[in-house]
Design a protein around this ligand. Structure first.
Ligand code: ADP
Ligand code: ASP
Ligand code: MG
Length: 404
């Protein structure tokens, strides 16, 4: 078999029939240059959001299984339309759902992880000279049900397939020219990066740079998949995500703003052992990811505990937290959905005092109050109010000389 290339086209690249026809032309061009081709697609434009709001009009808490059945149809629409467009140009193409493509997943609905990929069917179709179009963002669980991989999960499908067939590269096509120093829609001076290390990209993705799904980066790193992010609208080279990128000193590589965050605080919690265990074990049991946690020490044997969750989990987390609040005799629970998480990322930045100082000084000069802070060797994050957040990203971008 020829060298295999995996390409993934995001929703913005497949938004209209004209865009689908344009993508079909690009795919045929790659095929004609002598490659076996697997193409992963997302749902057209805002289809997934629209499906979610349709279900929301019927029921406030739709069953997760039915939501996954519903959301998986978005990708199925794109895959067949794209296969039809390629066939119409006179080339062989076949569309496959995640399950037909052998993608077996485990764990929960709406946030499944890929466990194994049985590549028999996929390789069989490639050997018949078919361009294989795969529905991203979905797989089959042990009950034979369709399960989705979490928002933005088509990137993960693409990289996992590239790893499974040992593809020579995985190209992620999107609506910007590659990975920038920050979201180019927030900072117009953002600079396109020629390359970025897996570790830095993983951190940026986890912290909200939605250009790549974090698990896609994790798989690319673990299986050494050559990964490129580029535009579906032009021929610019894009950004390579690779093992190491040479740098003389620790520098800030990127800034992220995650607007998908909410904060919950439990006030006047009795100060005794086992309380944190009680609270967070119940939140985790409900499969809610917790991000930052802070505890303010008070006098009189009580303190406040605050933590952040994804906005979509806020209602579920609040319900559980309010029950626990009664149980442990705390005063009350308050929440805030107007917060965002602002972060800077770069290898070794926490070891550089000048970076730490400049970060906090810049936010201080803007009069921004920091509600929570967390750091690792490679990032500094803080939770702030969304008012002034974009201004902060712009200012940090200049102060750290990312425009240059
Ligand atoms: P797709 O539909 O192709 O999957 P997404 O909307 O998921 O596209 O991701 C692309 C978007 O990610 C861009 O339009 C951009 O606004 C946003 N983005 C956020 N941070 C960055 C960054 N550092 N570099 C590039 N794009 C970014
Ligand atoms: N369509 C899904 C979403 O909107 C998956 C993806 O686009 O990668 O989240
Ligand atoms: Mg995406």
């Amino acid at each position: 078999m020829e060298d295999i290339i995996v390409q993934k086209y995001g929703g913005s690249s497949l938004e209209t029939i004209d865009k689908i026809k344009n993508v079909a032309k690009r795919i045929v061009k790659t095929k004609l240059s002598g490659n076996s081709l697997i193409v992963v697609v997302s749902a057209m434009g805002k289809t997934t959001d629209n499906l979610i709001s349709m279900a929301g009009e019927i029921c406030t808490e739709p069953a997760p299984r039915e939501m996954d059945m519903l959301l998986s149809t978005g990708e199925q629409m794109s895959m067949s339309l794209l296969a039809i467009a390629i066939q119409c140009m006179g080339y062989n193409a076949i569309s496959l759902t995640g399950s037909q493509c052998g993608i077996l997943v485990y764990s929960d609905y709406s946030n499944a992880r890929i466990g194994n990929i049985d590549t028999k069917r996929l390789k069989g179709e490639l050997s018949k000279d078919n361009i294989v179009i795969v529905a991203g963002f979905q797989g089959e669980n042990s009950d034979g049900d369709i399960v989705t991989l979490g928002r933005g999960g088509s990137d993960t499908t693409a990289v996992a397939l590239a790893a499974a067939v040992n593809a020579k590269k995985c190209e992620i096509y999107t609506d910007v020219d590659g990975i920038y120093t920050t979201d180019p829609r927030i900072v117009h001076r953002a600079k396109l990066l020629k390359d970025i290390s897996y570790d830095e990209m993983l951190e940026l993705a986890k912290l909200g740079a939605k250009v790549l799904h974090p698990r896609a980066v994790e798989i690319a790193r673990n299986f050494n998949v050559p990964l490129v992010v580029r535009s579906s609208l032009n021929n610019s080279e894009g950004t390579k995500v690779r093992e190491t990128v040479s740098m003389e000193k620790a520098i800030v590589r990127g800034i992220t703003l995650d607007k998908d965050i909410a904060k919950i605080s439990i006030l006047e919690v009795p100060d005794r052992p086992g309380i944190a265990y009680n609270i967070f074990s119940k939140i985790c049991e409900a499969n809610i990811g917790i991000d930052m946690i802070i505890q303010n020490v008070h006098r009189n044997a009580v303190n406040d505990i605050s933590f952040s969750v994804k906005s979509q989990d806020l209602n579920k987390a609040l319900k559980i937290t309010k029950d626990i609040c009664k149980e442990i005799n705390a005063k009350e629970v308050v929440s805030d959905n107007t917060v965002v998480k602002l972060s800077i990322v770069g290898t070794g930045i926490m070891g550089d005092p000048s970076v730490i100082t400049l970060f906090f000084e810049t936010l201080y000069n803007l009069g921004i109050n920091l509600e929570m802070i967390s750091t690792s060797e490679i990032k500094i994050s803080c939770i702030i109010n969304d008012y002034k957040a974009e201004e902060a990203v712009n200012e940090l971008h200049s102060k750290f000389k990312l425009d240059e």
